[in-house]
Design a protein around this ligand. Structure first.
Ligand code: AMP
Length: 473
């Protein structure tokens, strides 16, 4: 998973991009990069680590220019090498360009091979560079970005929210299924396109709307322009963004993530009521779900675990042993809240089961009498091919196991996952507009060896040339 941003401003945009990336840090902690253009030259700086580690004030002041892109990376494809850090920059037909991407293509190999057969040289191992090539290939023929994005939508399979800098313009487009989020905001003196609305908030801007699936937008000094390039018979917004990945204060496709999680929490009680002394979240990822559970059950909300806020997420630790130890350092039980109590503990999801088992044992060691585990996602049974780093079926604790077996595996007194129906209800979109691949094993597009229910036929709109002008300042 990654976070992307593109900004057009009246003055230098490096500091606004920095703060936008800061707000999107949860989407990727492995590397960060910023590219800007000042009318003559392209400036860039990128490196491994967190946003605050990669940039300092001096570096940001050297990144001059009124247009630019930013990226934070959590790798799902491509190796962990310096060349793979985005944004990628290049010169094409005399213009300075840059690209940054969130998502995961499922036909990278095929496209790459095709380009390599034609003599194209690649300098990274990412799918993003393939997208850059599809764009350049089409720009070479027609010179129009609309045609280049149409070519992307015809040829790319998988998920892609993309920002593309062409000197003084920033283009942004989202795959026709709208799998990954992308939104547009107005800032004091320009525009921002970014993965989540929290980045608009960070700049004290106003969220205008989401980029529509299949839409191409362009922000420049002229304002905001939009073209609907492709339309699909249904969408496939990723449910995991709502469950876990996005920040709770983001609004994605019109839904406040916090409220979706709260509704999931309410459903968790209604689906499997239990008597308990307190409801505690697994901080921070289970907080919103736990408040909902407390609301519908009337069981007091009280934190049974306090998180050390100066640690990264455990899943960025390289080995299983490191991950297991990290949980102990990360969470400390509030013994006075726990001893001799029956506790409902709420988390967003169980992936490998390591975290839940550790947490339940920490609570039991601190004297809890009963620990009822409630989970804000249905059992995760299948991998994600579309941008979330999920392990294989073998590593997923719920894959091929019954609820009872998983309960035993994590040492819980009882275990309940929210149902797929309640999850869909909480998000408030038709099931046909959601990607439920990791929960059902049925994907919204064809993936080798998997079942699919594609919504991808006949999606190309003939009249894509019609420009819908939204703003003109
Ligand atoms: P575990 O079951 O030990 O793999 O950890 C699951 C916890 O890690 C969840 O409660 C989430 O907070 C977090 N998590 C969610 N999704 C992922 C993911 N794709 N990769 C790693 N950790 C995740």
């Amino acid at each position: 998973m990654c976070g992307i941003v593109g900004i057009i401003g009246a003055g230098d945009v490096s500091i606004p991009i920095y703060y936008a990336l800061y707000a999107l840090q949860h989407r990727g902690q492995e590397s960060a990069g910023i590219t800007t253009f000042d009318g003559k030259t392209l400036f860039k700086h990128k490196g491994p680590g967190l946003v605050a580690e990669v940039f300092d004030e001096d570096i940001l002041h050297e990144l001059k220019g009124f247009s630019g892109l930013g990226h934070v990376r959590y790798p799902t494809t491509g190796e962990k090498i310096a060349e793979n850090i985005q944004p990628f920059t290049f010169r094409f037909m005399g213009r300075f360009c840059a690209i940054a991407h969130n998502g995961n293509l499922t036909n990278t190999e095929k496209l790459r091979e095709e380009f390599e057969k034609r003599g194209q040289i690649f300098s990274t191992t990412t799918d993003t560079e393939v997208i850059g090539n599809v764009i350049a290939d089409e720009l070479r023929k027609s010179g129009r970005m609309e045609d280049a994005v149409l070519a992307c939508m015809k040829r790319l399979e998988g998920s892609y929210s993309v920002v593309f800098l062409s000197e003084d313009k920033v283009y942004a487009f989202r795959d026709p299924l709208g799998i990954r989020p992308l939104c547009i905001g107005k800032t004091k003196d320009g525009y921002i396109v970014c993965s989540e609305s929290v980045a608009v908030d960070a700049l004290n801007g106003t969220l205008i709307r989401d980029v529509r699936p299949g839409e191409l937008v362009c922000i420049s000094k002229k304002g905001l322009e939009s073209v609907q390039i492709a339309e699909s018979s249904g969408h496939a917004h990723c449910v995991f963004e709502y469950i876990y990945f996005a920040r709770a204060d983001s609004v994605i496709d019109g839904r406040l993530v916090y409220d979706v999680r709260r509704k999931i929490g309410q459903a968790l009680y209604l689906e499997a009521p239990v008597k308990a002394d307190l409801v505690s979240p697994v901080p921070d990822s289970g907080i919103a779900h736990a408040t909902g559970y407390s609301e519908s059950s009337g069981i007091p909300y009280r934190e049974g675990l306090i998180k050390n806020r100066y640690m990264g997420r455990t899943f960025i630790m390289p080995t299983q042993e490191d991950r297991e130890n990290a949980v102990r350092i990360k969470l400390n039980p509030v013994k006075g809240h726990i001893k001799d109590k029956s506790i409902v503990i709420v988390d967003d999801s169980i992936v490998r089961g390591t975290t839940s088992k550790r947490i339940i044992n920490i609570l039991k060691d601190a004297g809890a009498e009963e620990v009822h585990m409630r989970v804000g996602s249905p059992p995760i049974k299948a991998p994600c091919y579309l941008g979330v780093d999920m392990p294989t079926r073998e590593e997923l604790i719920a894959s091929g196991k019954s609820n009872e077996e998983v309960k035993e595996g994590i040492d819980a007194t009882s275990l309940h996952h929210v149902s797929v129906e309640s999850l869909i209800d909480a998000i408030g979109m038709p099931a046909d507009d959601l990607c439920l691949g990791c929960l059902t094993g049925v994907y919204p597009l064809w993936i080798k060896g998997e079942k699919a229910c594609p919504r991808y036929t006949d999606f190309i709109k003939g009249s894509y040339q019609t420009n819908i002008k939204e703003f003109d300042e």
